[in-house]
Design a protein around this ligand. Structure first.
Ligand SMILES: Nc1ncnc2c1ncn2[C@@H]1O[C@H](COP(=O)(O)OP(=O)(O)OP(=O)(O)O)[C@@H](O)[C@H]1O
Length: 244
């Protein structure tokens, strides 16, 4: 069995990423981003809509090669990608959806992953029967099934009610602490980022660029509401253009 967790940092340099519109116009989605992401860390990319978070994540995950720059992730690296939309095949059961990504679908014991995500009794259900929160958990299980060295999460709590979002955050922390994949979380929720991440990378739009890089030393289980609010207010003061 391959071991989980990563041993090398991820180096990502995006000198420039441009999208070309149908009418010949250009959108400079990311400019001059240069990051070294420590192995086993949990980094949050934060910023307002359009600042290039998803674009950066897609480049990191090898889903977009059309940019100027480089990413140090080799083709053999196991990357788990959790898209904002769960992207489950509606005609396959939950268990079949998760196993679809495996080279040898029947050989892998997913009991622990299903248990950790609270979906142990969902295997025979179909995506149409699931709430968005449950479908997201299934999509996280699919990302974990390959025992990823790198885990990329795009807005995992978006469109969830606050109770479900909070449960999702606890699950993400649990999943990260279990195997320590190098994790990058995209969010525009600053409280979520402070609650979960050990590093905040702040982006601003037009063009998408990095304007702040903040380490959080305090362990996640010691981050109470007062700590989160104090740091949030400090960040709003320091980076008013990216945190509303
Ligand atoms: N396929 C595309 N074609 C044209 N422009 C695009 C495309 N994808 C993204 N863009 C543009 O690139 C910029 C960055 O988009 P991106 O989706 O990375 O931002 P984001 O920070 O993830 O935003 P959101 O929080 O709304 O998802 C935006 O101006 C967006 O409109």
């Amino acid at each position: 069995m391959q071991t989980a967790g990563a041993s090398r940092p991820v180096e990502v340099r995006i000198d420039r990423k441009v999208f070309h519109g149908a009418n010949g116009g250009e959108v400079e989605a990311v400019r001059g981003l240069d990051l070294s992401i420590a192995a086993g860390s949990l980094t949050a990319l934060i910023g307002p809509s359009g600042c290039g978070k998803t674009t950066t994540l897609r480049i990191l995950g090898g889903l977009d090669h059309d940019y100027d720059g480089s990413v140090s992730v080799g083709p053999e690296t196991r990357i788990g990608y959790v898209f904002q939309e769960p992207r489950l095949l509606p005609w396959r059961s939950v268990d079949q959806n998760v196993r679809l990504v495996l080279d040898d679908p029947d050989a892998v014991d997913l009991t622990a992953i299903y248990g950790r995500l609270g979906i142990s009794d969902m295997g025979r259900r179909f995506p149409g029967e699931l709430s968005l929160g449950l479908a997201r958990r299934v999509s996280i299980a699919r990302a974990l099934a390959i025992r990823p060295e790198i885990l990329l999460l795009d807005e995992p709590s978006a469109s969830l009610d606050e109770t479900t979002a909070q449960r999702m955050r606890a699950l993400i922390l649990d999943v990260w602490q279990a195997d320590r994949p190098t994790t990058v979380l995209v969010t525009h929720n600053i409280r979520e980022a402070i609650q979960l991440a050990d590093r905040l990378v702040l982006l601003a739009p037009r063009p998408g660029r990095m304007i702040g890089d903040v380490a959080i030393d305090r362990p996640q289980d010691a981050r109470d509401t007062a700590f989160i609010e104090t740091l949030r207010e400090d960040l709003i003061r320091r980076f008013p253009e990216t945190i509303a």
